[in-house]
Design a protein around this ligand. Structure first.
Ligand code: NAP
Length: 252
């Protein structure tokens, strides 16, 4: 499925048990990497770990609430110990703070933004030892184009896009590239857009009509772009933000 190979590389996918994170983790495992994922829910975590293991490499999973600094500080070294180091960090989790209230701001700032800052900081000692280190942050089109329905989420993702560029400038001297992907609306079983199809069909259809591709994206269409950013083919690519969205926002 992927033109990239990551044999001997060690990858952490923070928030990797479901949806886009799961597709990224499986794509790296299929490409020969050792992969560690973390999440809160045990069932999906173990299911994805088992699916990664079927590709034959190291497949590690750790229970970790990425809104908790101490939990991150425990998980990242455990992932490194399981794989013998870390070459690539994918910051994928979201707190999905949809409203403009305290709970939404706390959820998005803690997970969409601060987990990126904290997991990157914890992974840094391991990334510094790698000869092919890369971080890929998963933001969102919501971090580029404001929408009234997701103030906290959008602002947190905008901060991730900005932080990606600061990280890239800071870490390039250490040989660590940092890039960002801003997906458009991506649908998968159990995901937020599948739920909206029945719970909020008007919103779903409005979004669908704004995608020239004529459909929402699939997690498997985000993963290859992540793998490109993490690969040696992108060795001179850093501080970039790519929207993967089927042209979303340009109408049909
Ligand atoms: P998702 O279905 O909600 O999955 C998120 C993953 O992160 C799960 O594995 C989840 O597992 C884990 N996670 C969430 N909160 C966590 C926490 N506090 N600690 C540890 N793990 C946590 O999300 P998705 O739709 O695949 O989206 C993935 C990324 O793409 C997110 O950054 C999202 O903002 C971005 N994105 C998605 C879309 C879309 O349409 N789907 C569009 C634009 C951008 P647990 O819940 O079990 O912890």
């Amino acid at each position: 499925m992927t033109p990239f190979r990551f044999d001997g590389r060690r990858v952490v996918v923070a928030g990797g048990s479901r949806g886009i994170g799961r597709a990224i983790a499986l794509a790296f495992a299929e490409a020969g990497a050792a992969v560690s994922i973390c999440a809160r829910g045990a069932e999906a975590l173990e299911a994805t770990r088992a699916d990664m293991a079927a590709f034959g490499g190291i497949a590690h999973a750790g229970s970790c609430d990425l809104s908790d600094l101490d939990a991150i500080a425990r998980y990242i070294p455990a992932a490194a110990a399981a794989m013998g180091g870390i070459d690539i960090l994918i910051n994928n989790a979201t707190g999905y703070g949809r409203s403009d209230d305290e709970a939404s701001w706390e959820a998005s700032l803690n997970v969409d933004l601060m987990a990126v800052v904290r997991a990157s900081r914890e992974a840094l000692p391991f990334l510094e030892k790698s000869d092919a280190a890369a971080i890929v942050n998963i933001a969102s089109g919501a971090g580029i184009n404001p929408a009234v329905r997701n103030a906290a989420y959008g602002a947190s993702k905008a901060a991730v896009i900005h932080y990606t560029k600061t990280q890239a400038a800071t870490l390039m001297k250490k040989g660590i590239r940092v890039n960002c992907i801003a997906p458009g609306s991506v649908e998968f079983p159990g995901g937020s857009w599948e739920k909206r199809k029945t719970d909020a069909p008007e919103l779903y259809n409005r979004i669908l009509n704004a995608i020239p591709a004529g459909r929402l994206g699939r997690p498997e269409e985000i993963a290859p772009v992540v793998l490109f950013f993490a690969s040696s083919l992108a060795g001179w690519v850093t501080a970039q933000v790519v929207q993967v969205n089927g042209g979303q926002g340009f109408g049909r």
